[in-house]
Design a protein around this ligand. Sequence first.
Ligand code: MLT
Length: 328
Amino acid sequence: MKLRRPFLHLAALSALVLTAPLTALAQAWPSKPVTLVVPFAAGGPTDVVARTLAQAMTRSLGQTVVVENRTGAGGTLAAASVARGTPDGYTFLIHHNGMATAPGLYRKLAYNPLTDFEYVGQVADVPMTLLGRKDLPASNAAELFAWIKAQGNKANLAHAGLGAVSQLCGMLLQQALGTEMTAIPFQGTAPALNALLGSQVDVLCDQTTQTLPHIRAGTVKLFGVTTRSRISSLPNVATLEEAGLKGFEVVVWHGVYAPKGTPAALVERFGGALRAALKEPTVVQRMAELGAEIVPEAKQTPEGLRSWLKPEIDKWGAAIRAAGTYAD
Ligand code: MLT
C-alpha cells in the first residue's frame, strides 16, 4: 500500500510526459492549409457538402481548409490515396456510402475501410431523386418504368462510376424493375447531370444537393424520391416505394476520415471544428437549401462513424452480391 502513492505519481507523470508533446502538437496545429479530399468532381453533391464545411472550418481553424477533388473509380482512388497519405493531420477525406460499398464492388480493393483510417465523424444525410431528360416520353414513374422496359437494354442511365451512389441507386432500380439499362459512367454526377440537361443520357439518380434547382426550374423530369418517406424539400413528390418499387430506399450519408496513425489530438481538433461547423447558422441554412439533413450529434463523432460503417459494408455487400455487379 505504501508503494501505491509514489507509483500513482509516477504513472501520472509519465502520462503527462506522453501527452505533453501531443498537446503541444494540437496547439500548434494547423500551421499550414489542411486538405479535405473529395473523391468526386467539383460542383457535384459531395463537393458541395465539402465546400460548405470547408468554408466554416476555415473560419474557425484560422487556416484554409482546401478542398481537393481526386476523382475516379467511384471514389476508391481518392480513398486509397488518403489511406496511404501522411498521417500528420493535414489530410482528411470526406466520402459517402462509397466507403461501405467499395469492399463489395472491388474484390481487389487497395485499402481496408475498417483498418486503414482514423474516423472523424458523420456529417449529413442526403435524399436522392430519380430524374429523366426533359424530353423523355414519360410523365410519371409508372410511364417511366414502362418506357425503360420497352427499350430493352437501350435506355441509358448515367452515373458517377462504380461505387458512386448514383450507380448503386441505378443498380437497385434495374433490380427492382427486373430489366437492364446501358450504364454511362462519368467522373462525378456534376458532369452526369450536365449530360442529362443536354439530353445526351436518359435517366440519372442523383442527390437533392444538386438536383433541386433543376427540378424547380423544370429543366429535368422528376419521377420520385429514393427515401422511405416523403422529404420536406419536395413534399408533394411520391417515393419510389409509393410508385411500386417495394422496399426501395437509398439515402446518402457522409463520413470524414484521416489516414491511419493521424495523432488522436489532431483528429479530435479537426472533429471539433467539424462539429462546430455543423452548428453554424450559415451551414445549417445551406444544408437545408441542399435538402441535406445534418446527422444527430452522436453520429458526428469517431464512434458514430465507426459503429455505422461495418453494418453498412455488410448491407451493401449483400445487395451487390445479389446484383452480381463487380468492378474488378
Ligand atoms: C458526386 O459527388 O459526384 C456524387 O456523390 C457521386 C455519386 O453519385 O456518388
